[in-house]
Design a protein around this ligand. Structure first.
Ligand SMILES: Nc1ncnc2c1ncn2[C@@H]1O[C@H](COP(=O)(O)OP(=O)(O)OP(=O)(O)O)[C@@H](O)[C@H]1O
Ligand SMILES: [Mg+2]
Length: 249
């Protein structure tokens, strides 16, 4: 992202959500984005997803300037209840994710669908409908659908926010596992500093008034991460403290 700005124009007023934002994300990086409510996190993600056009500056994905949803990217948003198709089973929803993505090689779609459902721990629920699942399971299905399209870039906005604490910890580990397996690049927006530090190699803090970046912190915590071990590391606590001060003060 180079000198990106986004201004929302409604009939009554203009809101500049982001300005002078430059951010270079390397292939295979896991970046989390934090910052106060209203600082432009979701805007940043919608711009990256190509769902919203920039007002100034430019965004390139794999060297190509984007002017619509990039082929390599998939998104998972917070509202899982609305993101799955209720008339399709879990497997049907994941298969739907494969639709335009690519032609499968040997084995066809069924094998891929099973693979991604197993990856998120939903192999047993393939034939159920979304409304027969818990919130955490629905969100896992949405993640499986995104992963099944074999994106290079996975964009997630508060994707685990509506889920209970234990399921959330599980989902974090499912995502880390998938990230490691698939060689993905992940940009993950969250308001939860602990989650941001736990997941990422790099935590980006947006300026509260949307003027570019407030901080760009490379944590360097060891991998693989563990819910108990990682969260007790002195480096984890250090980054957590530093970032909390940044967003709260
Ligand atoms: N469609 C829109 N039309 C007008 N203004 C908008 C629109 N979407 C967002 N904004 C404004 O842009 C700013 C940034 O919003 P954004 O949703 O990106 O923030 P956020 O960091 O994701 O906040 P939160 O943590 O609450 O989700 C806010 O001032 C918001 O009111
Ligand atoms: Mg938001």
């Amino acid at each position: 992202m180079e000198d990106v700005a986004k201004t929302y124009r409604t009939r009554r007023r203009e809101v500049t959500a982001l300005r002078e934002l430059s951010l270079d994300i390397g292939a295979g990086e896991f970046v989390t984005v934090v910052g106060r409510s209203g600082c432009g996190k979701s805007t940043l993600l919608r711009l990256l997803s190509g769902l919203l056009p920039v007002s100034a500056g430019e965004i390139r994905v794999a060297g190509q300037r984007i002017d619509g949803p990039p082929r390599q990217a998939r998104c998972v948003f917070q509202d899982y209840a609305q993101s799955l198709l209720p008339w399709k089973t879990v497997a049907g929803n994941v298969r739907f994710g494969l639709r335009h993505a690519y032609e499968p090689a040997e084995g066809g779609h069924d094998e891929l669908v099973a693979h991604y459902l197993d990856l998120v721990g939903l192999g047993h629920a393939a034939d159920r409908y979304p409304w027969e699942l818990s919130g955490g399971m629905q969100q896992r299905a949405a993640i499986a659908r995104a992963l099944a399209a074999r994106p290079q870039l996975l964009l997630m906005d508060e994707a685990f926010s509506g889920v209970d604490a234990l399921s959330r910890a599980k989902l974090q580990d499912v995502l880390l596992h998938a990230w490691a397996e698939e060689g993905l690049t992940v940009v993950f927006v969250t308001h939860d500093i602990d989650e941001a530090v736990y997941l990422a190699d790099r935590v980006v803090v947006l300026h509260p008034e949307g003027h570019g970046l407030l901080a760009d912190v490379r944590t360097g915590l060891p991998r693989p991460r563990g819910q108990v071990v990682t969260r007790e590391l002195p480096e984890f606590l250090h980054h957590r403290r530093e970032l909390l001060h940044m967003v709260l003060d």
